[in-house]
Write a protein that binds this ligand. Structure first.
Ligand SMILES: Cc1cc2nc3c(=O)[nH]c(=O)nc-3n(C[C@H](O)[C@H](O)[C@H](O)COP(=O)(O)OP(=O)(O)OC[C@H]3O[C@@H](n4cnc5c(N)ncnc54)[C@H](O)[C@@H]3O)c2cc1C
Length: 290
């Protein structure tokens, strides 16, 4: 008898803890792609990026708490396929692990633009993303943030506190318009301008520009190009369900579940779902986002 949780962040960790709390005494395995113990994401943009906190402070649980869970911890391992009928999760190293109960908590993954693999292009989702972006910001670049949702505006604010030249590009007329509307968005825009951030709202980004494998700027829908050594993509996210393709689970903007989070007999899904994030900063240009 074995329970597996795939995805070792807020939802996966707390699901594993809930299993133990509710009396599951059998084998329990927690599988997570990130190479370190689960960490809290909100401080990544607010405290880690501007250097207010050390990375150790964002861990969700102490080592002792993780040991107390009495689970097999498989950090740094990616699930690559699910066999629903056979009760098996396949890992990136080729290994298959059998289960009679599975919790899927693989969350979301950031949206990209074509050419996102240019050096100097960043997303912010994981601790490693945050540390990589902070290191890049410390070199004093001009920064363009693509997307003025929560994440984009937080990154812009952090970069401004580091004294950097920052431009935020957003297809909507004001920042954070989808959650807050025009009036609140205009106040947020004023606040950012007061702190020296340049805003290009109502203008979509059409493409990244690069030379020699490095990003050099972004081309906007109105034909202008903003030069930048660092470009941060804050375009919302899509469900991290690629590994479930080919399984018999129904995938539609996430894992389709009933009211009790059941996706199939013995299989549940929990955690972040994308509605509200997938549509953040939807561009007017055809981005072909991956
Ligand atoms: C920078 C930042 C700031 C944020 N600030 C706030 C805030 O202020 N307030 C707020 O309410 N929310 C905030 N959020 C959102 C919040 O962090 C998420 O809602 C939360 O992380 C969702 O947790 P989750 O466990 O469902 O998913 P995730 O955190 O996405 O975790 C999923 C985990 O599964 C792993 N995984 C994915 N695919 C696989 C696979 N195939 N195999 C193995 N592992 C896999 C991933 O590596 C990840 O560790 C912020 C997010 C970010 C990125």
């Amino acid at each position: 008898m074995k329970r597996i949780v795939v995805g070792a962040s807020a939802a996966g960790l707390t699901a594993a803890e809930a299993l133990r709390r509710r009396g599951w005494g059998g084998d329990l395995t927690l599988i997570g792609e990130e190479p370190h113990p689960p960490c809290d994401r909100p401080p990544l943009s607010k405290q880690i990026l501007p250097g207010v906190w050390k990375p150790e402070r964002v861990t969700l649980r102490s080592l002792q708490d993780l040991v107390r869970l009495e689970a097999e911890l498989r950090f740094g391992q990616r699930a690559t396929a699910l066999d629903v009928e056979g009760g098996q999760v396949r890992l990136g190293n080729g290994e298959s692990i059998g289960f009679d109960g599975l919790i899927i908590a693989t969350g979301v993954t950031p949206r990209h633009l074509p050419d996102s693999d240019l050096a100097g292009v960043h997303v912010l989702r994981t601790l490693d993303d945050a540390l990589g972006l902070r290191a890049a910001l410390l070199t004093g670049p001009r920064v363009v943030v693509v997307g003025a949702g929560f994440l984009g505006t937080e990154v812009a604010a952090a970069a401004r506190t580091m004294g950097l030249e920052v431009t935020v590009v957003e297809p909507e007329p004001v920042p954070v318009r989808r959650p807050f509307g025009d009036r609140m968005g205009a106040l947020v825009a004023d606040l950012h301008r007061d702190h020296g951030t340049r805003l290009r709202c109502g203008t979509p980004v059409c493409r990244l520009r690069g030379a020699g494998g490095r990003v050099t700027g972004v081309e906007l829908g109105d034909g202008t190009t903003l030069s930048a050594e660092v470009v941060v993509l804050a375009l919302g996210s899509t469900p991290a369900t690629h590994w479930l393709a080919g399984s018999s689970l129904r995938l539609r903007d996430g894992v389709e579940c009933d009211a009790l989070c059941r996706a199939a007999p013995g299989i549940c899904a929990a955690g972040e779902s994308p509605p509200g994030t997938t549509r953040t900063s939807a561009p007017a240009c055809d981005w072909n986002t991956a």
